[in-house]
Design a protein around this ligand. Sequence first.
Ligand code: C2O
Ligand code: CU
Ligand code: CU
Length: 492
Amino acid sequence: MPLTRRDLIKRAGAAGLVAGWPGLSLAQSGGGILRMPPLVDATTSRAFDLLARTGETNFLGQSATSTWGFNNQTFLGPTLRLAHNSLTKASVRNGVSEPFSLHWHGLEIPGQADGGPHQPIATGATWAVDLNIDQPPATVWYHSHTHLRTADHVQKGLAGVIQLTDGRDDERGLPSDYGTDDLTLVIQDRRFDRSGRAVYDPGMHDRMMGFTGDVILVNGQYGAQAVVPKGIVRLRLLNGSNARIYNLASRAGRTLHMVSTDTGFLDRPIAIDSLQLAPGERAEVLLDFSDGTSDMLVSSSIANGGMMGGGMMGGGMMGGGMMGGSGGSFDILPISVDPSRRARIDRIPEGIGGTMPDLDIRGASRRDIALQSGMGGMFRRRRNQHSINGNSFEMDRLNFSVQRGATEIWAIDGQNMAHPFHVHGVRFQVLSENDGPVSSRNSGWKDTALVNRRAEIAIRFDQPAPASTPFMFHCHILEHEDGGMMGQFSVV
Ligand code: C2O
Ligand code: CU
Ligand code: CU
């Protein structure tokens, strides 16, 4: 039974969660201050431990939900800060009741370390793995990638953020004080039952379109507000939702200065009014709060001719506080400025010094990838409604093999839905979208890109992946992935 807006108002009132509700100023909101995930800095130790554990999380101030998290968290995991060129030793222990695999989404490391579905960790077992990292600084992430269970596990909380750093953000003029002027924001939507428990019970429609919820959590918190210093603030955004696509903007009309896409800095900031972020994607943006006025990070619905994986947005949608009532836009996160704190950075840098993608595609071979969902002929297999090039994912079938060092062009056809297409073990360049130019949000290095009808991407395969631990390529709408819209390839 979905919550009505009225229910949520009552509930929020009881819990003191009123941030963003029209007529109440942010200063009066009682939703609490947004917390960052705990920071685990492994840049010098070059080692970290993750313990997956069960717990109870009370999201709405009503009934608690059984959730999974890592280390001290009952939901989600710490932010791991790793050197961008390091051999870092990871230890992942499974303290939950079923096996899971843990994938490093965005790390360019060999298949044996990738944590895909061929590497489940049994309950009680520990996976020790060397992460041999050598790639540009970026915000990447980790999440369960368990065969047929990824969507469920990510809903439960098996996910977290990784910062790959070279320690040179001061030279770039970028804010880097964790939780102060450099905010990590994991954006997720959830459904709640009448008692306030998060529920994940995908029906046929959810399996077809992707499971979306009507309540927004940021870092696992509902109704919290961020407080920032006066000046330039960096937001590291991760869409950790199963299926919802956001189109993020500042309600006060602040420009978003995008400085990084999924897997690396841009050469210079790109000024945009809104940022579309599909499941699995990350972006870093700078906002200028030097005028001291508060703001609201909002998401509007996306104008898209086809059926959107994110489903309809608008009426009934609950933001970080309550939906303001204007159709098509909902709240993600209220942001207020503490005027007594001055930010370290007071202007948007002119250059960031990142490398824009420029792969040599002469002689690159082409591959056609058709992402297919549902509709006619797809219910042959009980669980696998989705497929790629006519095949639903099967653990023991390798789709193809790629030569190590080769560059390929993949022509992706999303058919009648928008699908966030992701490839493991690589970063890629978007060459065209619907036979036209590449949108600014896809102009940097990517590992996940929303394919709304057609896109061409160029990929150079530098990391090896044997057939026993191949790389995955899939739609990052997790119900599509678990439903078979995934394939696997070796790099030899
Ligand atoms: Cu983020 Cu194969 O996944
Ligand atoms: Cu991945
Ligand atoms: Cu999809």
